[in-house]
Design a protein around this ligand. Structure first.
Ligand code: PEP
Length: 263
C-alpha cells in the first residue's frame, strides 16, 4: 500500500526568518500522527534552517534541484553528495521551471536556454541522486500547446523514457513521479481530477513497461498544478493519485495544512 505524500515546493521564496515562522506554524497545524508523509523543499540557503527545525519531527525535507557531477569546478552548483550530507530525503528534478518550459511565458524567449534542462540532464541527475539514496521527484507534464495538439501522453512517455534510461526498476522503488501539466502550474487552473487521474494511470502503465509491475506499483505518482486546500481532497481521492507537489499553496502554513488534511 503506497503512503500518500505531499511535498511543498517553496521555489525561490522564504528568507531564513520566514522559513522559521512557516515551519513553526506547520508543526503546530499538522497532526504529528497523520498517515500522510509530508516534505518541504526550500531553497539551498534555507535547507539548514529547515533541517534544524524539523529534526525531531515526522516531516522530511529535500532540495529543488541538483547537479549531476560529484564535485569540482562547477560554479553555482550543488552535488547529490552535498544534499545527502545535508540530510535531504527528496530532490525535485525536471521541474518545468528548470526545463525552461513555461506555461505562460514570463521571461524573454532568449533567456530560456539558461534554464533548459533536458531529458538527458534529468537522467544524469536521477542517477546521481539514486547513487546517494536520495528519492528523486521526477516532474513530467505537457504544455498547453501539447495538450491542444493531443500529444499529452506521447510527451510524457518520452520524458519518462529519457529520464529513466539505464535505471533499473529496483533502484527506483522509492522514486516519485509528479504529473505537472505546465499550463496548471502557478496559474490557478487546476487539471480536472478525473483527467489528472487518467494521466497518472497512464504514467503507472508506462512505468510497468519501462520497469516492471512491482516497481511501477511502488512508485508514488503525485499531481501538481494549482493544488490548494479546496481541491486537494478531490484530487487526492482519485485512484491513481498518491498525493501532491504543491507550489504556491505551500507558502502559506494554513493553506498547506489544509492540503495535507485533504490527503
Ligand atoms: C509546482 O511548482 O510544482 C507547482 C505545482 O506550483 P503551483 O502549486 O503553484 O501550481
Amino acid at each position: 500500500m503506497r503512503k500518500k505524500l505531499v511535498v511543498g515546493n517553496w521555489k525561490m521564496n522564504m528568507t531564513r526568518s520566514q522559513a522559521t515562522a512557516a515551519i513553526e506554524s506547520l508543526l503546530l497545524l499538522i497532526d504529528p500522527n497523520t498517515d500522510v508523509e509530508v516534505a518541504i523543499c526550500p531553497t539551498y540557503l534555507t535547507l539548514e534552517t529547515v533541517a534544524h527545525l524539523l529534526r525531531r519531527s515526522h516531516f522530511h525535507y529535500g532540495a529543488q534541484n541538483v547537479f549531476w557531477m560529484p564535485g569540482g569546478a562547477f560554479t553555482g552548483n550543488v552535488s547529490a553528495s552535498m544534499l545527502a550530507d545535508a540530510g535531504c530525503t527528496f530532490c525535485i528534478v525536471g521541474h518545468s521551471e528548470t526545463r525552461g518550459r513555461f506555461g505562460k511565458l514570463e521571461v524573454p524567449e532568449s533567456t530560456l536556454s539558461y534554464f533548459s534542462e533536458t531529458n538527458e540532464t534529468v537522467n544524469l541527475k536521477l542517477k546521481a541522486l539514486l547513487y546517494q539514496s536520495i528519492h528523486p521527484i521526477l516532474c513530467v507534464g505537457e504544455t498547453l500547446a501539447e495538450r491542444e495538439a493531443e500529444t499529452t501522453d506521447a510527451v510524457i512517455y518520452e520524458q519518462l523514457k529519457g529520464a529513466l534510461d539505464g535505471i533499473e526498476g529496483v533502484e527506483f522503488y522509492n522514486g516519485v513521479v509528479a504529473y505537472e501539466p505546465v499550463w496548471a502550474i502557478g496559474t490557478g487552473k487546476t487539471c480536472d481530477s478525473a483527467e489528472a487521474s487518467r494521466v497518472c494511470g497512464f504514467i503507472r502503465r508506462a512505468l510497468t513497461e519501462i520497469f516492471d509491475a512491482d516497481a511501477a506499483d511502488s512508485v508514488r505518482i503525485l499531481y501538481g498544478g494549482s493544488v490548494k486546500g479546496s481541491n486537494a481532497a478531490d484530487l487526492f481521492s482519485q485512484p491513481d493519485i498518491d498525493g501532491g507537489l504543491v507550489g504556491g499553496a505551500s507558502l502559506d502554513a494554513d493553506e498547506f495544512s489544509r492540503v495535507v488534511r485533504g490527503a
